[in-house]
Each structure stands twice: as structure tokens, then as C-alpha cells.
Design a protein around this ligand. Structure first.
Ligand SMILES: [Zn+2]
Length: 344
């Protein structure tokens, strides 16, 4: 009898004091072990009589409880995998829950229902799940971009968390793309997230980028930056690239297929190795990538919904230390090694 009372006390108190389910189950399993030990062959029979029941009974109860928990966990995993995809697959029309979610977008004249539909059917690839990728990915997911790809070969480190807000302390050590996927799914289960845990290199760049409508580059790696630009220019994909260092950030839309310059037009000479310090070497203000990354998301939304005027042919520079912005006009170069002679 005491055995059953023990379980009642554990579950009752857990519910009353709102303990985390994990604690309650841990205690219940602990109590079951106590009951099994009390009935073990070498234990005095009086102890077994005191707690009540018999060894076989408690053992069967344990097995049934374990099976029940395993079934529930399996079901939950299958559901979390199937439901968002099923929703995303129904592109074109919005469920009432989605309409409510995107209401503030739909009431904007420049976006409206058609713009929200464009966002839903849009496919955006984000290169790098770091400082710039963090806010960009979160806002793309929040705004309802239907398919979001993210490629990065790093894992989350403690020193990233000062600015890479898509990650979390509990996910240190996890590949960044899976950490970002978790945060984006938690924010909006109606979008499809495609994580690619690898470096974007020559071998995959063309095939991967061909699969998307728009690319956002937030990587701090120059090789990747020039590669992404080359492939985007060749495939005619618009590229929104942001960069940051210490207190200063910049952003532009490189779109040579529609008359704008490409990244190489503006930065034809690669800085010598070591000339451009990384965030790890030079430091960076925590919220700076938040500003530029969020701008990348805004420009992506505008590009997809054809709202307002984008940054094609303009490079925006933000100086956080003095709270100043500058706009620099940038032009296509006829002798550009990447896009020269392309599309007039
Ligand atoms: Zn160019």
C-alpha cells in the first residue's frame, strides 16, 4: 500500500508545486527502484510486506510506464516533424492561424495579401548563422518566408552568444545550423527550415544557390564572400550582403542581372590576408550585427514583395559609435572580372 501512496505523493506534490515533469518522473523512477529493492530476494520479507505489492507487479508497472513514455516521446517527435511541413506544403492559401500571425504585414499597403503570399512561396538562402545571420534568420522566419536555407559549418561557442542571438547557452556545442533551426521553428512552425551543416564551397555553391530566389550573405569569410558573389552573378540571383567590424557595418544589394553592380565591382581588390580583422581579432559591439542583420531581413522582405526602393547601386554604411549613416552610390564596372559585359 505504501508503494502506491508514494507514487500518489510524488505526482500530487509535483502537480501542486508545479515541478518540471522531468523532476517528477525522476522521483517516480527512484521510488520504483526503492520498491523493487525492498522486494529483492535478499531483503527481509517484512520490508516487502510493509511497502506492499510484489516484485513482479512493480516490475511490470515499470515496464508499462517506460513503454508509455517512449510511445509518447515518439509520437511527439513525429508530430513536430510532420506538422510544420504539412502546413508549409499547403502554400498559396493561409490558415486562420497564419492570417492572424501575419495580420500586421497584410495591413501594410506595400505588402498586403499578395506580398504575404510572395513571402510564403519565397526561397531564401542565408550564408552564415553567426552575428548577421542570427537576426536575419529570425526575422525571415517571423515574417513568413516559406523556405529558408541556412548553411554554416561552425558549432555554437560561448563567446558567440554576446551577439549571435539565434543561439542559446543550452545549445553550446551544437552545430549552428541546427541551433538556428530550433530557434526558428520555435518562433514560427509554419515555415520550412533547411539546415546545411557544411562550408559553402565550390563543390556545392552552384547547385545550392540555384535552388533559391535570393541569397543573404552574412559570413565573415572572404573566400566565401567572393564565391557567393561569383555564383550569384552567374546564376542571376540577387545577393544582399552585410558586413561588420567593431562599431561599423555596411549593407548593399548586389544584383548585376538587373543593372546593379556586383560585390566584385565595388571591392575588386581583395584585401591582403590579415588586413581585415575578424570579430574575434578586433571585437564587435553586441547589437551592431543586430542592426545590420535586421536590415538584411528588411531588404529581403522588400525585394520579395517588390516594396519601396532597395539597395541596388547603393552601399549603406552605419557608424554605430557616432550614430551616423552614409549612403554611397556604387556602379557596375565594365571591366569587372565577375559580371563585366553581363546583361549590359
Ligand atoms: Zn561586377
Amino acid at each position: 500500500m505504501i508503494g502506491l501512496v508514494g507514487f500518489a505523493v510524488i505526482f500530487g506534490t509535483g502537480r501542486w508545486l508545479a515541478w518540471p515533469a522531468r523532476w517528477v518522473w525522476l522521483m517516480a523512477w527512484g521510488w520504483l527502484v526503492v520498491l523493487l529493492v525492498a522486494h529483492a530476494p535478499y531483503m527481509p520479507a517484512a520490508l516487502g510486506d510493509f511497502v506492499g505489492g510484489e516484485f513482479r507487479g512493480w516490475f511490470v508497472l515499470g515496464v508499462l510506464a517506460a513503454l508509455g513514455l517512449a510511445y509518447r516521446a515518439g509520437l511527439r517527435r513525429v508530430r513536430s516533424r510532420v506538422e510544420p511541413k504539412a502546413e508549409a506544403a499547403r502554400s498559396g492559401s493561409f490558415s486562420p492561424v497564419e492570417l492572424d500571425r501575419y495580420a500586421r504585414h497584410i495591413m501594410l499597403r506595400e505588402i498586403g495579401g499578395p506580398g504575404q503570399k510572395s513571402l510564403k512561396s519565397a526561397r531564401v538562402l542565408v550564408v552564415g548563422a553567426g552575428g548577421l545571420g542570427s537576426p536575419a534568420l529570425l526575422y525571415l522566419a517571423a515574417s513568413g518566408v516559406g523556405t529558408i536555407g541556412v548553411i554554416d559549418d561552425d558549432a555554437v561557442e560561448g563567446s558567440n552568444l554576446q551577439r549571435q542571438i539565434v543561439h542559446a547557452d543550452a545549445r553550446i556545442g551544437m552545430p549552428k545550423v541546427f541551433s538556428a533551426e530550433a530557434a526558428m521553428r520555435a518562433l514560427n512552425p509554419f515555415v520550412e527550415v533547411r539546415p546545411y551543416h557544411r562550408r559553402l564551397d565550390e563543390a556545392v555553391a552552384a547547385d545550392l544557390i540555384a535552388d533559391y530566389d535570393l541569397v543573404l550573405d552574412g559570413t565573415d569569410n572572404l573566400d566565401t564572400r567572393y564565391l557567393v558573389n561569383r555564383v550569384c552573378a552567374r546564376l542571376g540571383k540577387p545577393l544582399i550582403a552585410g558586413a561588420i567590424t567593431q562599431w561599423e557595418g555596411q549593407i548593399s544589394l548586389y544584383d548585376p542581372a538587373r543593372g546593379g553592380p556586383c560585390f566584385d565591382c565595388v571591392f575588386p581588390v581583395r584585401p591582403a590576408p590579415g588586413m581585415v580583422p575578424s570579430c574575434a581579432e578586433a571585437g564587435v559591439a553586441a547589437a551592431l550585427p543586430g542592426v545590420i542583420g535586421a536590415m538584411m531581413a528588411v531588404e529581403a522582405i522588400k525585394q520579395i514583395t517588390d516594396a519601396g526602393e532597395g539597395l541596388r547601386g547603393r552601399l549603406m554604411i552605419y557608424d554605430a559609435l557616432y550614430a551616423q549613416t552614409r549612403m554611397i552610390s556604387i556602379k557596375k564596372r565594365a571591366d569587372c572580372a565577375v559580371c563585366g559585359g553581363q546583361h549590359g
